[in-house]
Design a protein around this ligand. Sequence first.
Ligand code: FMN
Ligand code: FE2
Ligand code: FE2
Length: 400
Amino acid sequence: MHCVQKITDNIYWVGGNDRRLERFENMFPIPDGVCYNSYLILDEKTCLMDTVDTAISRLFIENITHVLNGRDLDYLVINHMEPDHCANIEELVRRYPNIKIVGNKKTFQFIGQFYDFDYCNNSHEVKDCEMLNLGRHNLKFMAMPMIHWPEVMFTYEETEKILFSADAFGTFGAMAGNIFADETDFEHHYLGESRRYYSNIVGKYGNQVQGALKKLSSYDIRMICPLHGPIWRENAEYFIGKYDKWSRYEPEKNGVVLVYASMYGNTENIINVIANKLAQKGVKDMRMYDISKTHPSYIIADIWKYSHVVFGSVTYNNGLYYGMESLLNEIKALNLQNRKVGLVGNGTWSPQAIKVMKEILCTMKNMEVVGTPFEMTSSMKDNEEEIVDRFVEDFYSSIS
Ligand SMILES: Cc1cc2nc3c(=O)[nH]c(=O)nc-3n(C[C@H](O)[C@H](O)[C@H](O)COP(=O)(O)O)c2cc1C
Ligand SMILES: [Fe+2]
Ligand SMILES: [Fe+2]
């Protein structure tokens, strides 16, 4: 049975949800599932904006068959050639042999790399800013390389002023019938997952996102249709504002994330002591994570949100505990910047944690180490409380 919704008089949402997939990209846990959006425009010509993941191919075909109601499919625009969106191209070419696939040079290169069917008679290559008229609707293709793949395009529909934004403005989380952000309690249900999606998947490309936001600022946008998650038809400025902040690597909130790597609990204990002391000074809404317990994508999302972070790690074979090392290397790879950092290390015979953490942090932009990092040898004794107090005092004064 088809499952579609009209988003305007002649444009339909024909996507679907997957609540069974354990991990997105086989990496990110998605406890609330994920949604793959696709949109079908009915005009003198019919045009589909992207396809969906193989997980929901059957529903997808039912959806477009229903909306087309016997009409041929004239165009398929590929805004993004990642398999979670382009898995059904071959199937569509088989069902609609006259279809024209609209993409840029890189799009077709990637189609050839991923698939084995002959698309030569079905390709319609476009360049940046090229237009395609469907009748009443007019599509403008905008190259948006590296948000977050090189072939990515946004498509702007001029008549109804709709932006089809590929993976930008997307979020993890399946949709429960309410496909418009204004029909949901977005801040409560989706914002955290949007931030986790953005920071982990698009976060590295802040400059490109800034460039895109600049380009888009001259367009009148009444609706944003992303490839994952709710559609924005009201108050899109709110979400664009989040993207602006995230892509500038600016924290949304003054606050502290504490992350520790600890085997026997001594480092964990000191991180708790620090959080307790900060709380007693009035710091609110702190977040604490055990690196071995929580998937790093959640920790990264919170580091993206807050202004301060404390890393506490044991020394492990002359280096860092590898969960902590990979977290630090990942936030570096994602280009995270502009945070204030506190450091706590531990070791029994030759502590190295502070040194290695500093080595990674000093290659990042504007990561300021505040307070005096302190390294304990196995555990801290009550008579060393002064060291912790001094650290807490310095760290606290940097939280305005
Ligand atoms: C496999 C392994 C490797 C370790 N390597 C080092 C090391 O190279 N240098 C060091 O000083 N301590 C090393 N340690 C000891 C721990 O860093 C140390 O016991 C620490 O105090 C434990 O803190 P925790 O109670 O927070 O787990 C190692 C421990 C393990 C289990
Ligand atoms: Fe993608
Ligand atoms: Fe995607």
